[in-house]
Design a protein around this ligand. Structure first.
Ligand code: AMP
Length: 542
């Protein structure tokens, strides 16, 4: 027997129309290089419709990829909806990728147009000749400086949308692609995740649940997490859907500016990676932070000490969440539940230092890495964390590597190793993916060690991430020198300089006799990580 309910598509148009109809007077605020821009959702909606008309006028294909290379701003939020609500696919380019990676993803996604903030043109303009499908560049003046790109039509955002009448929207297939985001990981080129209208709609509702992040109409949301990294954790969509006031930090993401905005805009919910909150805490001293009700934080493990420092200073611990680009990203949130009532404060702090319980809609499990056997939630068994749900990726966009990341029964293999408590809290204890996450962005340890092993005096090298108080993790190079040769740390770092991005350079180099190996002769990063677990990097005090 079938139910008798209506089958209405779950599309972003619905989220958009709610802001337009129900909350037209609520504000979207953007910090710019020169001040603060403010407008209402009513104005935002009108501009978003004009922007969609502009995409038509540029001849962007019905499902054309519309790329952004931009900070968190009101205009970026216009693009977040104009592209998908007109049937196109928003492609947020991560401004921190290497030039070759940006070239790869623009060409792989077949972007037709790129919307870029003036202050970021210095990074993008030199790459224009490498883009095969981009026909137009639309510049968004943000008070910054940057060269006009050559060899492509360059348009001004305000002139472009000013010349249009508002477009009608009409997407009715909830399985249609809405946006895409590439994630860089262990080796090779970044992999693309393509979100559907439906997955984004459901993820937005997930972010609005009181037992997850609980974004609601009375919130003032400050997404510090970039809109180019995992959809700003769904906060841009949830802000629009709920009608919350949105405060966009723009290009000036320095701690003192963020602290000022929290105070002056009465921010209730501010989200970012641990590195951000480490920098902001001292700047909050002496300010009125009474508006804050939640500080969602993830992307890397949130140190218990950081969360406790917030609790001590402003009376509010950090709200840890776990997720991935592949999980839209919010998959679990470490809210303390009544199940745990009565625990002493220190144990509650331990719970908050976990990755939390799965959000309604997401299923998590742990599996033995060797046998695939599903392991019990006993707080002891450790296995690979796997995820399933309507906003979890089922594969990568046009990528032969997809099968490596999914189980035979369709669950996402996250590459994180976790234990699960009987109450359903995830605790990440290790990683199978060979990467270092510094300040929320990935460094490929495999690529770094390949570069080190290109040094003529190096026999073997392995790179691991070790804890760093500011960046969460930084790379440590463990190097085996060829017999009879001598090598210094400085020589290794100098050798790498110019071969990898500056922020990839290892913070330290240790010389070891041999890289530990697994039974099948692979580098055993786990053994190395155990050995250097307590290692204090020379940069730890910086
Ligand atoms: P990304 O796709 O760049 O967002 O990275 C996702 C990865 O970041 C996860 O698979 C984890 O390795 C890591 N990560 C995200 N949130 C957390 C967290 N709360 N604790 C520990 N690691 C995290």
């Amino acid at each position: 027997m079938q139910g008798t309910m209506q089958d209405r598509p779950l599309t972003l148009n619905h989220l958009f129309e709610r802001a337009e109809r129900l909350n037209p007077t609520k504000e979207v605020v953007t910090a710019t290089a020169t001040g603060v821009d403010r407008y209402t959702y009513g104005e935002w909606a009108d501009r978003t419709r004009r922007l969609a008309a502009a995409l038509d006028s540029l001849g962007i294909s019905p499902d054309g990829r519309v790329a952004t290379f931009a900070w968190n701003t009101g205009r970026h939020l216009e693009l977040y909806f104009a592209a998908p609500c007109s049937g196109r696919v928003l492609h947020t380019l991560n401004i921190r990728l290497f030039p070759e990676q940006v070239t790869y993803i623009v060409n792989h996604a077949e972007d037709e147009v790129i919307f870029v903030d003036r202050s970021l043109l210095g990074l993008l303009a030199p790459l224009m000749p490498t883009f095969r499908t981009v026909r137009h560049v639309v510049v968004m003046e943000d008070g910054g400086q940057g060269p006009d790109p050559e060899g492509v039509e360059v348009l001004d955002y305000e002139e472009l949308i000013g010349a249009q009448a508002p477009a009608e929207f009409g997407v009715d297939d909830e399985y249609r692609a809405a946006s895409m985001c590439y994630t860089s990981g262990t080796t090779g080129n970044p992999k693309g995740v393509v979100y559907t209208h439906r997955s984004t709609f459901l993820h937005t509702m997930g972010a609005m649940l009181a037992d997850s992040v609980g974004v609601c109409e009375s919130d003032v949301v400050l997404p510090v997490v970039p809109m180019f990294h995992a959809n700003a954790w769904g906060l841009a969509h949830a802000g629009v859907a709920s009608g919350a006031k949105l405060v966009m930090p723009g290009p000036n993401m320095v701690p003192v500016k963020l602290a000022e905005m929290i105070e002056s805009e009465d921010v209730t919910l501010a989200a970012g990676v641990p590195t951000i909150w480490m920098g902001v805490l001292p700047e909050l001293a002496g300010r009125d932070t009474s508006s804050l009700r939640a500080i969602p934080c993830g992307g890397s493990a949130v140190p218990k000490a950081l969360s406790e420092a917030y609790r001590a200073q402003i009376g509010l611990p950090i709200l840890q969440a776990w997720g991935m680009t592949e999980t839209s990203p919010v998959a679990s949130v470490a809210n303390v539940t009544t199940v745990l009532e009565g625990l002493p404060e220190d144990e509650l702090a331990d719970v908050r230092a976990s990755q939390g319980r799965p959000v309604l809609g997401v299923e998590l499990r742990i599996a033995d890495q060797a046998t695939g056997e599903i392991l019990p939630w006993d707080g002891q068994s450790r296995g690979e964390l796997q995820a399933a749900g309507p906003w979890i990726a089922a594969g990568y966009y046009d990528d032969p590597r997809s099968p490596e990341s999914f189980t035979d029964d369709g669950w996402l293999k996250t590459g994180d190793v976790a234990v699960m408590t009987p109450e359903g809290y995830v605790r990440i204890v290790d990683r199978t993916k060979d990467v270092v996450k510094s300040g929320g962005e990935w460094i490929s340890s495999v690529e770094l060690e390949n570069e080190i092993m290109a040094h003529p005096k190096v026999a073997e090298a392995a790179v691991i991430g070790v804890p760093h108080p500011k960046w969460a993790e930084r790379p440590l190079a463990c190097v085996v020198v060829k017999p009879g040769e001598e090598l210094t740390k400085e020589e290794v770092v100098e050798f790498l300089d110019g071969r990898v991005a500056k922020w990839w350079l290892p913070d330290d180099v240790v010389f070891i006799d041999e890289v530990p190996k697994t039974s099948v002769g692979k580098f055993s990063k786990k053994d190395l990580r155990d050995r250097f677990d307590d290692y204090t990097l020379p940069t730890a005090g910086d």
